[in-house]
Each structure stands twice: as structure tokens, then as C-alpha cells.
Write a protein that binds this ligand. Sequence first.
Ligand code: SAH
Length: 397
Amino acid sequence: MKTELDLNRRPAAASRSLAGLSLTALEDEIKSLDVPAKPARMRAKQLRRWLHHFGSTEFSDMTDISKELRALLSQTYHLNRPEISEHKVSVDGTQKWLIRFQPGVEGESVFIPAVSKTGALCVSSQVGCTLNCKFCHTGTQKLVRNLTAQEIVSQVLIARDALDEWPATVHGRALSNIVFMGMGEPLYNLDNVAEAIDTMSDGEGMSIGRRRITVSTAGVADKIPELGARTGAMLAISLHAVRDDLRNEIVPINKKYDLQNLFEAIRAYPDLSNARRVTFEYVMLKGVNDSAAEARDLVKLLKGVPAKINLIPFNPWPDSPYECSDWGTIEKFADIVKRAGYPSPIRTPRGRDIFAACGQLRSESIRKSAAERRREALGAPSLKGKTSRQSDKPFSL
Ligand code: SAH
């Protein structure tokens, strides 16, 4: 075991970051350095506190870990976050990061400050998406890949760095909630999402309580029980239509799990109560799903489910095939739902000017074929157009 005392030594280029790893993953890394199991567990706990409670980026901060082990760690690992390709701040205070998880794999997260001191970070679980919801910009980007648990957690690290909110338990912090409402379908990446939630909610680390974490799904009904059992997170459903024919069209996963299927899974979600409601997201599409009759059908559909309905004015994107409902129509819809006893706030669009609002997230990353990746590794020019579903929109990588 090499233990020279050089805390400033730069890690080898191929070394990986420990920041954002779960407690178990940290422990495995330490064991791989030939530290015996029992001390490895203790060291992992110390590391977790430095990394996720204090947000340390230097091994030299970690004064309760022996110099020898710190030296060994710094030779093997680093504590960097993934690179930020772009950081934008909206006139309304919303912030968006385009994060390069690896070359060619970029995803976005968005911080939405609330009026009170709290705020939510909207994280991505995948780069691209397989779902093809008709009104969603992310849906026009093919799935590139699932994000790892570490990559999901690193989105919180990046936001906390920018907000200067270390240690994690600082009083009255702005980043108080997490919503899995960024790019991707979280329930198609449930193992990594569940591991990320364990890390985010760890009281010795990031300390974001499970009830402050909401996972939104377009309706992967058969994974909803597992989500409840494994994560204890709050559930959000992207509903958007109250009839199967329309939902089949605009949220095509409905063809696999229809409304009846979906509502059976929702009703069985653990611990639902008026204090712990299911959030329903309903995008207001002019002349498509916004009639008073549909509002009344929504109320019927929700019968017996403790629910809150977020009415989302449709956020346009280049070449999007819909328009946002008129304000009066949205208010009328909201009134009908409210009169039936369900809170139904109309979401003020946030961060539209920086393309950070619901459904506007999209990166230019594309899934490359194995042949393309080999060619790139050899330094050959890429086969332009071959794998492309890239749009000609004015985004840059
Ligand atoms: N795949 C998950 C997570 C994405 S959440 C899900 O579907 O729930 C993003 C939310 O924004 C979803 O409710 C989505 O339906 C909604 N959305 C997508 N495009 C939108 C748009 N253009 N305007 C408003 N909301 C949109």
C-alpha cells in the first residue's frame, strides 16, 4: 500500500470523483484500497459527511481522516463535480445548468426559487427520453442514456455550490426541495433514482427529507409500487388528459398503462393523506384538453385520491405543435377543480426566457453507434448525419 504524504498531488487523469457517491459506493471504493471492512465503513461515513454535508472539494479539509489515507485517496480520486457547459440565470431568478456528464452526454437541471426562502431543484434522471409526449421538447430528443446515481446527486452538488449553501443544514436554505421533473422518465431508471434519493435524504449528508423529494412519472404504472416502497418520495403524475383516447395520443405511454391501470397504482401508493397528496400535472393545451367538461371529468377521475393539481400553462418551444390555453379558460378550469375541494394552483411559468420551464429542456446530445464511438476514439472525423436526430435549432454543444 503506497502512502506517501502528498496531499496536493494531482490525481491521475483517469481517476474518478468520489463526490455524489452513495455511502455503500464510498465504502466499496475505500475497501478497494485494501482498508479492512470495519474501518472502511467508518471512513466512508466520515467521507460522506465531508462530501455531502460540508461540500468539501479538497481532501486536505478532512482533518479527522489520517494523513496517510488522505494521501492515498488523493492519489486515486478527485472530488470534482461534472463540468458545467453552460449556466444561465433568468430574469425571474430561475437558474439552469447544462452539465457535461461525459463528452457528448449533457443534461440539464433547473433551480426554481420560491417566494418564501425555499426553492426546488429540478433534476434530470436521463439524458434524452423514450416517451415522446407530444407537447414536450425533451421528448424530441432520443434517449442517450440513463444517468448514474452519482450523476443525479452531482446536480445537487452543483446547485449548492452555486447557491453557496454548505453545510447542508444551513438554516433557511434556498434549496429545500428536489423534484425529478427534468429530462427523462425516472421510473425507467429506478435503481439509480432510488440510490440517489438515499444519498440526498441522508441526514448525515445532504439532509433533504424524503417528503421534500418528489418523483414525477408519465405513468409507468407497474413501477409505482416499487417507487413508494424503495424511496418514500412524494409522487407526481403527468396526467394531461382524462380520456384514454386523448391520452394515448399526447402521452403515448398510456397505450401501455391506461388510466384505469394508472389509477389503481396511484390509489395504492403508500401513506397518502391530505398532508401527503399526489401531485397531478396538467398542461393546458388550447382546444385540446382544456374544456370545462374535461375539468369535471378530472374531478370524477380523482375521486378518493388525496390530490393537488398543478395546472401548467403550455410552454412553447421551437416548432411545438400546440398553443397555450387562454388565461380565462385556465382560470375556469382551475375553478371547477377547486370547487370540488382540490387545490389547483396555476403554475406561473418560470425561466421561460432561458428555456428552463417545464418541458423545454433538451440537450444536443445524441446516442452514438458503437462504430461512431470507435471512430471518435481513434480521432477520425464523425459520420455526420448518420446517427443524427439532431435538430437544426440554434443550440450549441
Ligand atoms: N417523465 C417524467 C418527468 C418529466 S416532468 C414525467 O413525465 O412526469 C416534466 C413535466 O413537464 C411533465 O409533467 C411534463 O408532462 C411537463 N411538460 C412537458 N412539456 C411541457 C410543456 N411544453 N409545457 C408545460 N409542461 C410541459
